[in-house]
Unconditional design. Structure first.
Length: 555
């Protein structure tokens, strides 16, 4: 039997216990030695954490990775360690990441680490949906608490864990009150006025790409006295406040990028850490979506899709329009677009345009129709030149729109402006190309921006422009994404976009019957060119076939 000898080694700052290794002629493999070192290191760490009290966890205040390993007992990977150490070292951390990249797992570790290692700590987390807030992130936090209680019975007995995230987690010791609470990011009013001791507040925003800008601003205002903010998301939208943290506002943030191609499961082509995207999944999506597709770029590579295929207003065009505004032409008449809203949640938006330059964009909330009319009359008088009669285009759909239109028509009698009634849900003038007036005026706005129109740098307007896209209905007409779908993305009506479209819409596009006749003649000519038959012959054959069907089916 070969002779054994004992060795004592140091691994990552820990003195390794003696263990047996074979003599040179029978030395075990390097992988086996590494496994032994890891086993003994883990055992030694468990021994050093026995008898811990909750107050002792302050020693992990500067070691979130050690907190995850020693207390929760979870295995982390290099990018996850990078996120944990970043929030320790920086006040603002923004992470854009692919699918299955330990986003929620890491956010939950950070929340619990902050609570356990700081006196008077307070954690507020939010996400755009109840499912993400309650059933994903809060559930993950409770799972980490369960893991610690299983490994260290009695250590977290001082925490009261509620079923719902808004009640959350709180210490029972009121002399050292600490808490974790989660809220759905639907109403910015619920997220204002949250305070903690200086530097004791941590704000976590999950799926930040879909969190409204007003919610972010409300949460950010709570950090005026100090604290930290950790935001993480799949970069599904290339505009908005989250995108700005990685672009124009990058200097104020510590930014981290995580791609599915970086995780150990993909690199080693096997399951190294459970829950991360696998090699097979990534390669399947590469073939299914295409490497240059928007889905692969955002969901797998974790990159903002700046090109935005299929979008009406790509990011480059909107950015260029903002930059061109100062030099855009102001030749032409003054035109206003008014999208009225009642006292509810939607906003009344008023946009003023002259030539290729947007001159005015403001919104008001909770206005009565009389107040809307007074506001419009005041702005028009202030901005119009002597003897000028600007046009005010009004979307008169709905009860509020109809009342505002009637009052403005009365004001029109004074001769200060001209009121143009536009019903956005009516059939388009170009009936073969667009389904409704709403679709048609969006196409006019697209052309206006393409031709050099300059817009005001308004974050909400930019968000609304970024999500607009066309789809084709059963008749082959262009249709704009519905307001119901828009509300699912930005959680509001696109009032600023609607006002802009009304302001730049050209109502003098000709008689709709004459336009329809010209389009029918053009289509007949195109069909005859494809088939080689004259338009008259094609029309006669169509009439003959229709007559045969009527004779056969009785209609």
């Amino acid at each position: 039997m070969p002779e054994l000898r004992a060795e004592t080694r140091e691994q990552d700052g820990w003195l390794m216990p003696p263990f047996a290794v074979r003599a040179p002629e029978g030395r075990p493999t390097r992988r086996r030695l590494q496994s032994l070192r890891e086993v003994f290191a883990a055992k030694l760490r468990i021994e050093t954490t026995k008898g811990l009290q909750f107050s002792d966890l302050v020693k992990y205040a500067d070691d979130p990775v050690g907190f995850a390993h020693d207390l929760i007992g979870c295995e982390t990977w290099d990018k996850q360690d990078l996120m944990l150490e970043a929030i320790r070292d920086h006040d603002r951390v923004s992470v854009r990441a692919s699918q299955k990249a330990s986003k929620d797992h890491s956010a939950a570790i950070i929340a619990l680490w902050w609570l356990c290692t700081r006196t008077g700590a307070r954690v507020i987390f939010t996400a755009p949906s109840w499912k993400q807030t309650q059933q994903v992130l809060y559930r993950q936090i409770k799972q980490h608490i369960g893991a610690i209680r299983k490994r260290f019975p009695g250590l977290l007995d001082g925490l009261r864990v509620a079923e719902l995230c808004d009640t959350g987690i709180q210490t029972q010791d009121y002399t050292d009150l600490r808490s974790i609470n989660g809220f759905v990011s639907q109403d910015d009013g619920n997220l204002q006025g949250i305070s903690a001791g200086t530097g004791k507040l941590l704000v976590i925003i999950d799926e930040a790409s879909h969190v409204r800008s007003d919610v972010y601003l409300a949460l950010d205002s709570n950090l005026a006295a100090g604290g930290k903010m950790f935001v993480i998301s799949n970069p599904l939208r290339s505009s908005g406040w989250f995108a700005d943290t990685h672009h124009k506002n990058r200097e104020f943030w510590h930014c981290i990028h995580i791609s599915a191609l970086m995780n150990p499961n993909y690199i080693q082509r096997r399951t190294v850490i459970s829950g991360l995207a696998s090699y097979d999944y990534v390669e399947r999506k590469r073939k299914e979506w295409g490497e240059n597709s928007a889905q692969f770029q955002t969901r797998i590579l974790g990159e903002f899709n700046i090109k935005e295929e299929g979008r009406i207003f790509p990011h480059e065009r909107v950015t260029r329009s903002i930059e061109l505004r100062e030099h855009a032409s102001t030749e032409g008449k003054l035109q206003f677009g008014l999208d009225p809203a009642g006292p509810g949640r939607d906003e009344t938006a008023l946009c003023g345009v002259r030539g290729k330059r947007m001159l005015y964009l403001e919104v008001e909330r909770h206005l009565e129709p009389e107040q809307i009319v007074q506001w419009v009359a005041r702005v028009v008088n202030e901005m119009s030149e002597p003897d000028e009669k600007p046009e005010v285009r009004v979307d008169s759909e709905g009860q509020i729109g109809a009342r505002v239109l009637g009052m403005l028509l009365n004001e029109q009698k004074a001769g200060r402006f001209i009121v143009v009634n536009i019903r956005s849900n009516e059939a388009a003038q170009d009936k073969l190309t667009y389904g409704s007036i709403r679709d048609e005026i969006a196409a006019h706005a697209e052309k206006w921006l393409k031709d050099g129109g300059g817009i005001i740098d308004d974050q909400k307007l930019t968000e609304e422009l970024a999500i607009m896209e066309w789809f084709t209905d059963i008749k082959g007409r262009n249709r704009l994404i519905s307001k119901k779908e828009i509300a699912k993305i930005i959680y509001r009506s696109p009032d600023r976009f609607d006002a802009l479209c009304l302001a730049v819409y050209s109502t003098t596009v000709g008689n709709s019957r004459e336009m329809l006749q010209r389009q029918l003649e053009q289509r007949a000519a195109e069909q005859s060119q494809r088939t080689g038959r004259s338009p008259d012959r094609a029309w006669r054959e169509k009439e003959k076939s229709q007559g045969s069907r009527r004779a056969l089916y009785g209609r």
